[in-house]
Design a protein around this ligand. Structure first.
Ligand SMILES: *Cc1c(COP(=O)(O)O)cnc(C)c1O
Length: 369
């Protein structure tokens, strides 16, 4: 059996570089022995808000919770519809269903793999309350048209920016374009904690206030509960870790973009298509996703050459068994169903060496079905 030469991601290299900084940050939290809703979280929230150039950031328990609480704070609930995509991680649709609302799936644009804005209008019913675009793989959806449609139909816009920390749309950061932006700091995201964590960004002060309440049992002051809330906090240890890592995010994203450039220049096979970069913003390459009609054979070939790959995602949300309980309708989503059989994510992490990138390129170029 061939050994792995190029892992899909490698968090160990990043953590060995940051070992001293991270240990110091964690030690301070341990010494203070204050673990929930403290000074590290407050500092991280203001630093991430400044990074995104937005007025509020609210740390929560995960990316899924960020989506859930943002929608709840927008008063979205039973009877409402939220327009989104099926070509995403299932958490997007789960968060909608947690509010009692129903996800309405729109097909994707084949070039960008994000929501096809031309198809949104047909999906708007009198029950529609919000559009929830997913900035998939690290690139923003086509937001100008989407925001115009939302305004025209009085819909809110909540962004799933869980794969797009630092990505831009016409100079503005992902997660700052609609009413609320939702981030995940799952360990392998572009900005990752050492456990579960998430955040919501917004310029709407009232919305921010409602989220502060919702994440902490609806508590206005100790043992005074004005709304039925949840328990969804970003803890002090994770906040301290994220503060260290945030200082490196731009540098890491730049490395990801350089690796993507090497892939683009090196991949020569007629049997694969490289991802499209749009003119409207910077892609931060959470994932480098190629397409091939021979995807499964290509994945096996790469595996045999020591290259680890993954598939994002092999089965669209609307075809998952769980979806019958969330949005029990027949959906016509041909691009979404087609892409699921063709996508393949190549190794991508900021610390990849040139040799590793070259190993991947050579392996892809030597593929014959
Ligand atoms: C990771 C991710 C989520 C969920 O984030 P968690 O922190 O794992 O809850 C939601 N949407 C997308 C697109 C993601 O990639």
């Amino acid at each position: 059996m061939e050994t792995i030469k190029v892992p899909f991601v490698d968090l160990q290299v990043q953590h060995s570089h940051l070992a001293n900084e991270l240990s110091r940050a964690m030690e301070q939290v341990m010494k203070r022995a204050w673990f929930i809703l403290g000074q590290e979280l407050e500092a991280f929230e203001s630093e991430f808000a400044a990074y995104c150039a937005v007025s509020h950031c609210i740390g929560v328990g995960s990316g899924t919770e960020a989506l859930h609480l943002a929608l709840r704070a927008c008063n979205i609930g039973p009877g409402d519809e939220v327009i989104t995509v099926s070509h995403t991680f299932i958490a997007t649709a789960l968060a909608i269903s947690w509010t009692g609302a129903t996800p309405v799936f729109v097909d994707i644009d084949a070039a960008t793999s994000t929501i096809d804005v031309k198809r949104i209008a047909d999906a708007i019913t009198p029950r529609a309350r919000a559009i929830l675009p997913v900035h998939l793989y690290g690139q923003c959806a086509d937001m100008d048209q989407l925001l115009a449609l939302a305004q025209q139909h009085r819909l809110l816009v909540v962004e799933d920016a869980c794969q797009a920390h630092g990505a831009t749309y016409k100079g503005r950061k992902a997660g700052t374009l609609g009413q609320a932006g939702c981030f995940s700091f799952y360990p392998s995201k572009n900005l990752g904690a050492c456990g579960d964590a998430g955040a919501i960004t917004t310029n709407d002060e009232e919305l921010a206030k409602r989220i502060y309440l919702l994440r902490n049992y609806g508590q206005t002051r100790k043992y005074q509960h004005d709304v039925p809330g949840y328990n969804s906090r970003l803890d002090e240890l994770q906040a301290a870790i994220l503060r260290v890592k945030l200082r490196h995010l731009d540098d890491w994203n730049e490395h990801r973009r350089q690796i993507a450039g090497l892939y683009r220049d090196g991949l020569r096979s007629d049997l694969v298509t490289v991802p499209t970069e749009t003119a409207w913003g910077e892609h931060v390459y959470h994932l480098f996703v190629i397409r091939s009609p021979h995807r499964d054979l290509l994945q096996r070939h790469l595996h045999d050459h020591g290259v680890e790959t993954q598939i994002h995602y092999p089965k669209p949300v609307h075809l998952q068994e769980a979806c019958a309980k969330i949005s029990n309708r027949r959906w016509h989503l041909p691009e979404t169903e087609k892409i699921a059989s063709e996508v393949l994510s190549l190794p991508m992490y900021p610390e990849m060496s040139k040799e590793q990138v070259q190993t991947v390129i050579s392996a892809v170029n030597s593929f014959t079905p």
